[in-house]
Design a protein around this ligand. Structure first.
Ligand code: ADP
Ligand code: MG
Length: 248
């Protein structure tokens, strides 16, 4: 589903990603962990085409993505953005649209879905994230956790093969964090592929198929949660997990 080979990313003189190799199967739930500044957000943004890259190869949903701006990259991005959705820390809902309006926008304008069909699907998705009764509300009237669940429903409306979550609960209080984690857990159990950057160690341990540790721009360790959490092979992983209060 997603295959990155030796990916490099630079900002001016700084090399942020230094030869990242990552393979994600269809339906696989990956959690990306590692110290702040290690390049996790940059990696997700690169996969979704929000950032160019400077070396290596990337293939997403069977489409090869060139690293640098060119017509082939534009064409690849149109396809990839239909297959890979992204959920950000700050929700990024359109404030002037209702909840329903936010969800039907891309299916209508990008996929060419009819309005009736888009609304029907949106209501199903709102039901799935527990917010059917909020369809006509504006985002600003919702709690952070509700807004994030709308953002997830909006992403699901595109039927993505994979969803990239960048710290989706880090702006939320513990109660609303739990609501969002519950939704993500349901999706994972229903076979939704995802790459999740999170501080939610319980989610990482209980829901992820694969943990990847990203440190200073490279993936230093990967494996099933039981292996990475209980017998990490890298000193940086041990230090990171011990700081996160999950090990030792
Ligand atoms: P993480 O998500 O793991 O905390 P980031 O991907 O946000 O890490 O950042 C990795 C490094 O890249 C940091 O040193 C950060 O300062 C740098 N960086 C991120 N975005 C930019 C940018 N747009 N321009 C320059 N440097 C950036
Ligand atoms: Mg980040």
């Amino acid at each position: 589903m997603i295959r990155l080979t030796d990916i490099y990313k630079r900002y001016e003189a700084h090399t942020i990603l230094k030869g990242v190799n990552l393979t994600v199967a269809k339906g696989e739930v990956c959690v990306l962990l590692g110290p702040s500044g290690g390049g996790k957000s940059t990696l997700l943004r690169t996969i979704n085409g929000l950032e160019t890259f400077d070396g290596g190869q990337m293939e997403v949903a069977g489409v090869k993505l060139p690293g640098q701006p060119c017509p082939e990259r534009e064409a690849a991005l149109l396809k990839i953005r239909q297959k890979v959705g992204m959920v950000f820390q700050q929700f990024n809902l359109f404030p002037h649209l209702t909840v329903l309006g936010n969800i039907i926008e891309a299916p209508i304008h990008v996929l060419g879905t009819s309005k009736d069909q888009a609304i029907q699907k949106a209501m199903e998705l709102l039901d799935r994230v527990g917010l059917k009764q909020k369809a006509d509300s504006r985002p600003a009237s919702l709690s952070g956790g509700q807004q994030q669940r709308v953002a997830i429903a909006r992403t699901l409306a595109m039927n993505p093969d994979a969803i990239l979550f960048d710290e989706p609960t880090s702006a939320l209080d513990p109660n609303t964090t739990a609501e969002v984690i519950d939704v993500m857990q349901d999706l994972a159990q229903a076979g939704q592929g995802m790459i999740v950057v999170t501080h939610g160690m319980h989610f990482a341990r209980t829901v992820a198929h694969t943990i990847h540790i990203l440190h200073s721009g490279t993936i230093i360790e990967s494996g099933p949660p039981a292996k990475v959490f209980d017998s990490p092979s890298h000193e940086v992983t041990r230090a990171f997990l011990s700081d996160s209060g999950t090990h030792g």
